[in-house]
Design a protein around this ligand. Structure first.
Ligand code: SAM
Length: 283
């Protein structure tokens, strides 16, 4: 192969994760590159992580490691609740969290509220293993702004899962105490909510502020953590807000066939390294 041919074949996607940190993935193919009414949607194919969904330049999921994130977001709260019948998923248009939620027989209905229908359809087209539960009869899809949706619902959900993009533009409100208050109102008395709260290495301030915001609204807030290789630094956090029950206690077993979450992992996920505790407990 000549020098020119080598250069043409050597295509890379670069994610600008922070002003000082980038992730580079060699790409085999660009499968979709479009602007939706809300955000830029890119799907690339890679040798390292399979197909990758990118929104406004930020990796949302890869075929290879999506299970690490989706299983934790769903099962940390669903397995802690005694009887999770009604589940609300905010964001999460790819369907990965919904796929995990309907693995629980107790779940009677899952409502998915994502502002961007194009993300949902992109996942249906390119990520069938992630979006496969979106057609399940227990799943209701509402393509709308979740900030408006939660205002209209009171004492209705056992579980609320906030699977949002990073806090910019139309997603920024999803990290604010005003929104957490509406989520609190939408939950039943023994309800639990979980939100992804970024990396303690890449975004310690964001983690600390989101956690503080949740503490100002919920009776009890707990932090859990896990590994997601393609999210900035690979070290990811999940904040759990509770009105009454302690989510560190697993009340129901993990569904069969999980690859990251397990009965052993549940209590361990809530054990924090001291530097992370300092971030959430400091001023
Ligand atoms: N797991 C991903 C991550 O942390 O990188 C997030 C995945 S999911 C695709 C994020 C979704 O949140 C996007 O599809 C986006 O459209 C949706 N979203 C952002 N702001 C929203 C809002 N205000 N209401 C409803 N959905 C919103």
């Amino acid at each position: 192969m000549g020098a020119m041919e080598r250069r043409v074949a050597d295509l890379w996607f670069t994610e600008y994760q922070t002003p000082n940190l980038r992730l580079g993935l060699r790409i085999k193919d660009v499968l979709l590159n479009k602007q939706s009414p809300y955000q830029h949607i890119l799907v690339v194919d890679t040798d390292q992580y399979g197909k990758v969904l990118v929104l406004d330049g930020a990796i949302q999921l890869t075929e290879t490691d999506e299970f690490c994130y989706h299983e934790m977001m769903a099962h940390l709260v669903l397995c802690a609740h005694p009887c999770p019948e009604r589940v609300l998923v905010i964001g999460g248009g790819d369907g990965g969290v919904v796929r995990e939620a309907i693995k629980h027989e107790a779940v009677k209905k899952v409502t998915l509220v994502d502002i961007d229908e194009d993300v949902i359809n992109t996942s249906r087209t390119f990520f069938p293993n992630v979006s496969c539960a979106l057609e399940d009869e227990r799943v209701e899809i509402k393509p709308m702004d979740a900030l408006l949706y939660v205002k209209e619902h009171f004492n209705e959900f056992d579980i609320v899962i906030i699977d949002s993009t990073d806090p910019v533009d139309f997603a920024s409100g999803l990290f604010e105490p005003e929104f957490y208050k509406d989520v609190h109102k939408a939950l039943k008395d023994d309800g639990l909510m979980i939100a992804q709260t970024e990396s303690p290495f890449a975004e310690p301030k964001l983690l600390s502020e989101a956690f503080k915001g949740l503490r100002s609204v919920f009776e009890n807030v707990y932090l859990a953590w896990g590994v997601v290789p393609t999210y900035p630094t690979g070290f990811w956090t999940y904040s759990v807000g509770s009105k009454s029950i302690d989510p560190r206690i697993q009340r129901r077993s993990a569904p069969k066939g999980t690859k990251y979450y397990s009965d052993d992992m549940h209590p361990l996920a809530f054990k924090l390294p001291p530097f992370v505790r300092e971030i959430i407990d400091g001023d």
